[in-house]
Design a protein around this ligand. Sequence first.
Ligand SMILES: C[S@@+](CC[C@H](N)C(=O)[O-])C[C@H]1O[C@@H](n2cnc3c(N)ncnc32)[C@H](O)[C@@H]1O
Length: 360
Amino acid sequence: MNVDQRARAGLQFLGSLQVFSSTELQQQAEEDFAESDEAPGLTQEFQTDADRDAWLERLAQAREVVERSPAFRFNRLYQRYVAEENWVRAITGVERRREMFAKVAPTPPPKGDPRLHLNPDLEMPEYYQGVEWHLQPGGLDGYDLSAAMAFSGFIPYVFARGGFAAVAVGDNLLQQRRDVIQQFRSDSLKRIYDPGCGGSGTLGLCRERFPEAELIGGDLSAQVLINGLKFSDKTGIPVELWQEDARHTAQADGSVDGVISYALHHELPPEVSFDVLKEMFRILEPGGEMVISDPPPFRAVGPFQAVMLDWETENRSEPYFTEAGIFNLAQAMSEIGFVDVEEYPLQETCYPWVTRGRKP
Ligand SMILES: C[S@@+](CC[C@H](N)C(=O)[O-])C[C@H]1O[C@@H](n2cnc3c(N)ncnc32)[C@H](O)[C@@H]1O
């Protein structure tokens, strides 16, 4: 089951443009920056942490230098073009075969199904309302055939090729998730919770390492959870999904021994990130572990990469990317009471960036 040739060709073109932009153009832009008079000083400055105002000032200075490069300006033009146009190509491709895709579209299970707890009365937090994340028209709940749009549309032809935000060209997105799951110290987790679980793909991969574990996920979006349940049916990996805010989950105190959080915190304002960490601390049992993967903070990368990450905020509808780059997840975990807190990259590109800790 696929989108038609016209849509595939358009999406393949976009995927290739993104790869070109994120390899040759990006490399040229990085060289241009490295040759600037300001590069050594800025690079040194970025190696120490700073308060929010100082980071904003540093980013503004670095952006001014990086943007002098014509290669960078073309690179960003193509990034933005692909980011916008991939929805256009994927949605029109799905629409031309609406009847076919509609027959297999995930639908909500009957009320009372213990695998999916939808909450139509859940009030969406203010920071989330009306955001068209990643420029997705209508946001995460804005398109009834979103599963087809993703799995037959932009994922295989654009997303999977990498070269956007913190993801490098050629990165294996599934393997990155597996590598992050390997960061749990325990080999025998029994009950794992995933805040902001999306379509439950990361939870599903937890099954490979923890075949006996109960897998529970929560997300604000009903549509992604409905898609996640269908994914669970297809893979035969049982999950229990809750439409809930990760700051106030339905999970009892000390009821899980593992929390996996993948690509959530860059979508949260810092105070929400902090409250999510507190809630995860509450639901973890003593000795339980939390493993987080998100794009790296600015203090972990050089000025050039920081400018690229910061660009996401204004240009790929990621309203909290800048704030998340400044926020110190490891420090927040320690303040809340987690111990053995560590943060480190899994690759030279600093992505995936892992922060992990344990409840004493
Ligand atoms: C970038 S997606 C990542 C999804 C998934 N973790 C993955 O790696 O594929 C972020 C998800 O977080 C969800 N989200 C954002 N704020 C949330 C909150 N306060 N509580 C629960 N989910 C939230 C969004 O709806 C979205 O599905």
